[in-house]
Design a protein around this ligand. Structure first.
Ligand code: PAF
Length: 285
């Protein structure tokens, strides 16, 4: 596996790959890799000839009181995992390379970023779009791979790639869950054993709602109440939002049976903020 810290040598390497007629799959990450990231790598390996991963904890997507400083940084472990999973090249830029003195251009996403995470984490998606755009411009992959766990992020990136004519395909791969249902996230590492058990209320609530939907419940209010009830019953879980929205526009829906909808949830378990979601496919399609 090749590793690159500098843009120049990475570009030279990738130019060679393209000249050989090979396709490039790109998996951007902030490191602290887990099976969710590895499922993106596997998907990229299936769809493309070579897989490039980036590892960069991006300061511009963290708010002033968020966990930028404490975000897990385990580069050697990540490189080992990436190498074992067949990643061809890893790009680990420095903050100074990504945001050199004088840097001043940020991407501002549109209405998709106005609610939910956008409302609770002002500026977050501008930071995400900016770094993803930079990384896509550097790597120029054929396809880039993102996890469904960050549903709103994936939709915003799809929209950005479309609006700004980037010409890369965005692939969104299903959320990977632990045996107890908890969506895999690098932030799960912050949870104590007790908090980890309590955090399962989130995925249990989402699954309860999916079951009710499958059994015929169409009211978004009723489905939300099912999720909220699970979370209320867990003293360690503090719900930030539970919203049921159109899966494309992310606008709230009242009635879910005739549109493709998604339940999006954010909750704090202790000091750890977790997000999760579940799709409610349209019954009429
Ligand atoms: O999902 C993430 O890990 C990050 O938001 C991303 C896409 C790598 C941008 O920093």
């Amino acid at each position: 596996m090749r590793t690159f810290q500098q843009i120049g040598p990475l570009r030279t390497y990738l130019r060679g790959i393209r000249q050989e007629g090979k396709t490039i799959g790109f998996v951007p990450t902030m490191g602290a890799l887990h099976a969710g990231h590895m499922s993106l790598v596997k998907r990229a390996e299936q769809d493309c000839d070579i897989v490039v991963m980036s590892i960069f904890v991006n300061p511009t997507q963290f708010g002033p009181n968020e966990d930028y400083n404490s975000y897990p940084r385990v580069l050697q472990q990540d490189l080992q995992l990436a190498s074992n999973s067949g990643v061809d090249a890893v790009y680990t830029p420095s903050t100074e390379d990504m945001y050199p003195a004088g840097f001043q251009t940020l991407i501002t996403p549109g209405p998709l970023a106005a609610y939910l995470e956008g409302e609770h984490r002002p500026g977050h998606f501008s930071g995400v779009c900016t770094i993803v755009a930079k990384l896509l411009n550097i790597v120029q992959p054929d396809r880039a791979f993102f996890g469904q766990k960050d549903y709103q992020q994936a939709r915003i990136i799809e929209q950005m790639v479309h609006d700004l004519n980037f010409g890369y395909e965005v692939v969104v791969a299903p959320t990977v869950r632990a045996e107890d249902g908890l969506a895999l996230s690098s932030r799960n590492a912050y949870l104590t054993e007790e908090q980890r058990a309590a955090a399962c209320a989130i995925s249990l609530g989402l699954n309860d709602a999916l079951r009710a939907y499958t059994a015929g419940e169409c009211s978004a209010k009723a489905l939300r109440e099912i999720v909220e009830c699970r979370c209320r019953n867990e003293a360690l879980v503090s719900l930030e939002y539970c919203s049921i929205v159109n899966s494309l526009t992310l606008e709230p829906v009242e009635e879910v049976c005739s549109v493709s909808a998604v339940i999006l949830i954010a909750a704090k378990v202790g000091k750890t903020r977790l997000i999760d979601n579940i799709l409610l496919p349209s019954r009429t399609s």
